[in-house]
Design a protein around this ligand. Sequence first.
Ligand SMILES: *[C@@H]1O[C@H](CO)[C@@H](O)[C@H](O)[C@H]1NC(C)=O
Ligand SMILES: *[C@@H]1O[C@H](CO)[C@@H](O)[C@H](O)[C@H]1NC(C)=O
Ligand SMILES: *[C@@H]1O[C@H](CO)[C@@H](O)[C@H](O)[C@H]1NC(C)=O
Ligand SMILES: *[C@@H]1O[C@H](CO)[C@@H](O)[C@H](O)[C@H]1NC(C)=O
Length: 246
Amino acid sequence: MAMYHVFSSSSISDLLIAIMCLSIVQCPLCTIAQNIDTTNDVYILCNVHKYENGDPFGDTLNTALAALQQKSATGSLYYLLVDNASAPFMAGFQCRGDLSSDLCSQCVESASQTVLSSCPNAIGSRVQKDGCFLRYENYTFAVPDTSIITELCNVDKNNDSRFQAYVAQIVARVVSEAPNGHLPYSSATSPISSSNSSSAPSTLYALAQCLNYLSRSECSECLSAHSSSWQDCDNAVGTQIHSVSC
Ligand SMILES: *[C@@H]1O[C@H](CO)[C@@H](O)[C@H](O)[C@H]1NC(C)=O
Ligand SMILES: *[C@@H]1O[C@H](CO)[C@@H](O)[C@H](O)[C@H]1NC(C)=O
Ligand SMILES: *[C@@H]1O[C@H](CO)[C@@H](O)[C@H](O)[C@H]1NC(C)=O
Ligand SMILES: *[C@@H]1O[C@H](CO)[C@@H](O)[C@H](O)[C@H]1NC(C)=O
């Protein structure tokens, strides 16, 4: 288990409160990770506005969450649902590009339980788990938005002078490959050599992903906007940068 601290949390509308900005997360970027718990929470955002019990919004939401779970159970790794029948409503999920459909489905089920238990009666919420993302709103949210939600820095440092060059290289690679990938996703591993072989890790792992509603060029813009943000973490051996759409 790696220790992270939250570097910043900004650009979120004041209508939302981050009810859990984890100070500790498992290290999802350490391995390709079929063996870690993909249902760990990275962040949960709840709109502070509530709907009343008995409001049709509650039925719309429950129906939508059931539909999303069903969609993930049939192997979908991404789904966006629009229900404009009585009032604007949008909901969707997306799984990390390397998850099996079974793990995706488990993650979406967990995310859907999390929104109900952590954001009761909220008119909108977002949950980012290690393995998936789920969001619903009473408006259309499928637009590009590069605002940072959170940056997590591993508390372990690597001061090897070559380490940053390796990181820059692997980040540039996944940032350039992801927009052309499936679910716009790319991951890469790279062996690293270190002058301090006794303590330094020997493999670097990186992944980049956009929400699937972005076009290729929008995905590329979003990832490029944050491709240097890992430097904010001052020699950390691992970083996670989460913006609204990538
Ligand atoms: C849903 O309705 C809202 C408001 O009437 C509108 O702005 C939006 O474009 C609609 N969305 C879709 C996908 O039809
Ligand atoms: C969403 O809900 C809020 C709070 O009830 C309301 O102020 C807003 O107008 C709603 N948005 C739409 C598009 O209906
Ligand atoms: C690594 O560098 C940071 C800042 O550049 C410094 O605060 C820290 O003490 C260094 N750690 C080691 C083990 O040299
Ligand atoms: C090299 O490893 C030693 C032993 O683990 C550690 O104390 C030292 O801070 C490391 N030096 C650098 C530059 O990372």
